[in-house]
Design a protein around this ligand. Structure first.
Ligand SMILES: Cc1ncc(COP(=O)(O)O)c(C=O)c1O
Length: 387
């Protein structure tokens, strides 16, 4: 990265003020401040152009400055941003309708993030189970999962490093090895006390671990036969990321509850829980709520994204971009021992390296390419969906 004296002074100031004024809970940030975007390109503090293969952790689904998306949010900002959930909200209704049409008939509750969507799903599952018997409150999750950082979502997350140092977590979660049918079957013998199974069909933060088709079949059949709810966390996999609107559609299963966030409103903060109709009675008046959740702006943005990804040529674009990237990666893989494996679906791609990957992220950035590394050695490629 050629950095001239003026730009480096500007960057040095930003870095020093970051340290002075902000919590350092992300460790050292990558030394770039993006100030604008266009399509799949980002521009830094000195107007240098980068190719974005990260989309802000799978958030900027339509890239940057997308005309229909911009128009929808500009229009909404000019009319009204927020009124609260005490009032009817046509933008919420429109976004919820689009979610129902593209997943399964049901009702949607809007919140502010993926974590919060999972909190709502956990609360709903507990009330559902406890309505059947007073010990039916347990929730099964799988090793390598990531569901968020609040106490409930963190307790659901079956990765010790996420829970470390916080003392007792929320009880009632059972962690089962991912993709292990035998272990799952064993745990489900106690299913009369299990309210729900919650899973990602591709574990994103856990390293782009794709669920086996027969494992998913086993989970859904067992849950459906035993009155155990299925909750699919599609915070990272949803909203067109895999070439279908939702990853569960690749597996031929329909969950009882779907949790969403990230790409849902293309960068405007929003989360959602979408549940089959019979479940909505378990979160009646007074049991859950949020001040900001699903405000006019967030839902106008969500509706704009959902309308765009519904278009046939949109998902065809995701699939062909995915094929292109996988094809190039496979060819590269044959020429190097540095890549140990490739995995993922659509534009959620993991490149398993033979060593830790964070230095590669920094090297790529110096070549004006934005990528990410998760789980130590997995390079994560998740560009804007219309790249
Ligand atoms: C699968 C999954 N669930 C939940 C979350 C938490 O979402 P948020 O960061 O919006 O709270 C994430 C975030 O990475 C995620 O990947």
């Amino acid at each position: 990265m050629e950095v001239n004296a003026v730009s480096s002074a500007k960057l040095t100031k930003i870095i020093s003020e970051d340290k002075e004024y902000l919590f350092q809970n992300y460790g050292e940030r990558l030394p770039v401040a993006f100030i604008k975007g266009d399509g799949s390109y980002l521009y830094d503090q000195d107007n240098r152009k980068y190719i974005d293969l990260f989309s802000g952790i799978a958030v900027s689904a339509l890239g940057y400055s997308h005309p229909a998306f911009q128009k929808a949010i500009h229009g909404q900002v000019d009319r009204i941003i927020h009124s609260s959930n005490w009032f009817l909200n046509p933008e919420q209704i429109e976004a919820a309708k689009l979610i129902s049409e593209s997943s399964f008939p049901g009702k949607t509750l809007f919140v502010n993030s993926g974590t919060e969507a999972n909190e709502a799903a956990i609360k709903l599952a507990r009330r559902y189970g406890l309505g059947i018997n007073k010990r039916k409150y347990k929730i099964v999750t799988f090793t390598g999962s990531f569901n968020g950082r609040t106490f409930g979502a963190m307790s659901a997350t079956a990765q010790e490093k996420i829970r470390e140092g916080f003392g007792p977590v929320v009880p009632g979660f059972i962690y089962v090895p991912f993709n292990d049918k035998k272990a799952f079957r064993k745990v489900m013998r106690g299913s009369k006390n299990i309210a729900a199974v919650m899973l990602e069909l591709i574990q994103g933060e856990g390293g782009i671990n794709v669920a086996d088709q027969d494992f998913v079949r086993e989970v859904f059949d067992t849950c459906n036969q035993n009155g155990v709810l299925t909750i699919v966390d599609e915070v990272q996999t949803g909203i067109g990321r895999t070439g279908k609107t939702f990853v569960h559609q690749h597996f031929g299963v329909t969950p009882d509850v779907l949790t969403l966030a990230k790409g849902l409103a293309g960068g405007v903060p929003v989360g959602a829980i979408h549940a089959k109709n019979f479940l909505t009675e378990f979160l009646p008046r007074g049991t859950h709520g949020t001040t900001f959740g699903g405000n006019h702006l967030a839902c106008a943005a969500a509706a704009a994204v959902l309308k765009e990804i519904k278009k046939k040529q949109f998902s065809a674009g995701v699939t062909s971009a995915s094929e292109y990237i996988f094809d190039r990666l496979k060819k590269t893989m044959q020429k190097t021992r540095f890549i140990k494996g490739l995995r993922g679906i659509g534009l959620l791609i993991g490149i398993e390296l033979a060593e830790e990957g964070f230095d590669l992220v920094k090297e790529a950035l110096a070549e004006y390419l934005v990528i990410n590394c998760t789980a130590g050695n997995i390079i994560r490629i998740m560009p804007p969906l219309n790249i």
